[in-house]
Design a protein. Structure first.
Length: 315
């Protein structure tokens, strides 16, 4: 994922959420709608989340240090995980609590035109933000379905913004439904139900984000296509005859560590093997530019006659 595409989607979402949050809190002040309060807190939390993503992207660009020799690329995953925590606690749990309180003490909505007008404005603004996130995601997701894109993306920003915008849009529709039902029936219970539905939706989205970003924090391998390109690039058919085994690990969205044991011919000199390793590293970086940290261990290739399998020499 290009950093510029992720930043563009984050900035679009941040601008939309800040303006929406102000409008929602204003509508709550005039109408007393708990749905509007929950939605206002939701938009405020989303704005904070986008600020966290921008901060994570900035901190991840720091140069490697002695204490962190592989750099700070994973900070983007840390801040994406914090987003899920904020969305769950500040957005989801607060909305559930507010809905529960309103369910216990329902009251009619005053000045109905405030919440209705603000929700219509917020839906339009959120559609704009969501459209930007979709457009930027379409440039990198290829033939993947949306579910596959969210599950396999190594850069967390676009999946996070996509899910946030989707949750915000659905939450606005739920809030509008709760307000309209309250106005139609005169029963504030509908406003409380809408608020609780918003809370449940945010909790679900937060849990999905937490699961996906936790996997990235633990360390994910490069994609299957990337691994195949690296494996093919390592072998030259002359000095390097095959890859005995290989491990890859994302140090950040655009940085992969490659560790491989490669099979070399037994009659090659140390100088020839060293040149072959240098050439293999160059081929890998050309085939897969995100493979920036490469460790190669040469070994003697041999075939096990009884099983037909091959292995590296011990020691």
């Amino acid at each position: 994922m290009s950093a510029s595409g992720g930043t563009k989607a984050i900035l679009a979402a941040l601008g939309a959420n800040l303006s929406i949050a102000v409008a929602k809190f204003t509508a709550f002040a005039f109408s007393g709608s708990s749905s509007m309060l929950a939605e206002g807190v939701h938009s405020l939390a989303d704005s904070g989340n986008q600020a966290l993503l921008l901060l994570g992207g900035k901190r991840a660009r720091r140069q490697a240090s002695e204490e962190h020799p592989f750099g700070y690329g994973r900070e983007r995953y840390v801040y994406a995980f914090l987003v899920s925590v904020v969305l769950f606690s500040v957005g989801g749990v607060f909305a559930l609590y507010e809905g529960y309180e309103k369910l216990r003490h329902p009251h009619e909505i005053e000045h109905w035109y405030w919440p209705v007008g603000v929700l219509v404005f917020a839906i339009i603004a959120e559609i704009f933000s969501f459209r930007t996130a979709i457009r930027e995601s379409n440039e990198v997701r290829g033939q993947q379905s949306w579910g596959q894109f969210v599950r396999t993306a190594k850069a967390p920003e676009l999946p996070v913004v996509l899910l946030e915008d989707l949750g915000a849009l659905l939450g606005l529709i739920l809030a509008l439904g709760g307000v309209l039902m309250t106005l139609a029936t005169g029963d504030g219970v509908w406003d409380a139900i809408g608020t609780m539905c918003i809370g449940a939706l945010l909790v679900i989205i937060a849990l999905v984000l937490a699961v996906e970003t936790k996997s990235l924090l633990l360390g994910e391998a490069a994609s299957r296509e990337s691994v195949e390109r690296i494996r093919s690039a390592l072998v030259d058919g002359e000095t390097v005859t095959s890859v005995i085994h290989m491990r890859t690990l994302h140090l950040g969205p655009e940085e992969v560590l490659v560790a491989a044991k490669i099979a070399v011919r037994h009659d090659e000199s140390a100088a020839q093997v060293a040149r072959a390793i240098d050439a293999a590293e160059a081929r890998v970086r050309e085939a897969e530019p995100i493979a920036r940290v490469i460790y190669l261990e040469p070994d003697i290739y041999r075939s096990t006659a009884r099983t037909g399998k091959s292995s590296g020499a011990e020691g």
